[in-house]
Design a protein around this ligand. Structure first.
Ligand code: PGA
Length: 271
């Protein structure tokens, strides 16, 4: 499997002109890179023009959907609409939506089911809010295990085995997101611990094959300098990038760094 880099532009940039420029610069720099999968998730209103200009190695995703196909839901976008706009993916369960729009695991579960029906692949974000979940010596307290396990199980309630292949899980500790006060990246070791816990939960809920083949990303203050450190961990299959994805030179440096790392990792029979 190629490493995966998801760019979450959030509510940026401010104008179509800037979005065109950002996308154009990124595409120009990375269109020749074939050993990394890149998924761009811009605001809805930029999807249309980007989908017309995107290249083979850049896929598109939305940042949210509503759980019904169409109807009286003012201001909402359906999974079918995203699909129609050229998206293959959607980010669900992002902590910013949980915080600002009170999204619960139950809501997220409905959105996952609706997205699967429309053949969208899902990037499901999970993560604990506070760094206090770590002991003084930096080891996890059982609390994080419980939080992550509960999020995974509640969000995937009623999702059967064949459908799980369309779900990627992003471990995004809320305290590590760059825009959170004093947000700084988790360590690769933190990310690995979370990925092991998530795989264990998936093993218990489904089976070993699903647990092994699940793609797990790390997100939270990822940049061109630290991305490869996360990817070196056997168990982390990619990164979800916010702030660093809206700076074209930083983002292309990041993609190139991961691309270079992957080549050498491949030579070492990495995964
Ligand atoms: P960040 O955002 O890379 O700016 O920390 C990641 C995210 O919130 O998805």
């Amino acid at each position: 499997m190629k490493p995966l880099i998801v760019a979450n532009w959030k509510m940026n940039p401010i104008s179509r002109k800037q979005a065109e420029h950002l996308f154009g610069s990124i595409r120009k720099e990375i269109c020749g890179i074939q050993n990394v999968e890149v998924i761009l998730c811009p605001p809805f209103i930029y999807l249309d023009f980007i989908s017309k200009k995107t290249s083979k190695n850049i896929k598109l995703g939305g940042q949210n959907i509503f759980w019904d196909r169409q109807g009286p839901y003012t201001g909402e976008i359906s999974p079918q609409m995203l699909k129609d706009m050229g998206c293959d993916y959607v980010i669900l369960g992002h902590s910013e939506r949980k915080k600002n729009f009170q999204e619960t695991n139950e809501f997220i579960n409905k959105k996952i089911k609706a997205s699967l029906k429309s053949r969208l692949k899902i990037i499901l974000c999970v993560g604990e809010e506070s760094r206090n979940s770590f002991n003084e010596d930096g080891r996890w307290t059982g609390e994080v295990d419980l939080i992550l396990k509960e999020q995974v199980l509640q969000c995937l309630e009623g999702i059967d085995e064949p459908q799980v292949a369309n779900i990627i899980i992003a471990y995004e500790p809320v305290w590590a997101i760059s825009t959170v006060e004093s947000g700084c990246a988790a360590t690769p070791n933190d990310a690995l611990s979370a990925s092991l816990l998530i795989r264990k939960t998936m093993h218990q809920k489904y089976n070993e094959k699903i647990a092994r083949s699940l793609r797990i990303l790390y997100g939270g203050s990822v940049d061109s300098k630290n991305a490869v450190d996360f990817m070196k961990e056997d168990g982390i299959d990619g990164v979800l990038v916010g702030g660093a994805s809206i700076n074209s030179s930083e983002f292309t440096r990041l993609v190139k760094a991961v691309s270079g790392q992957y080549l050498s990792a491949e030579q070492r029979n990495y995964r």
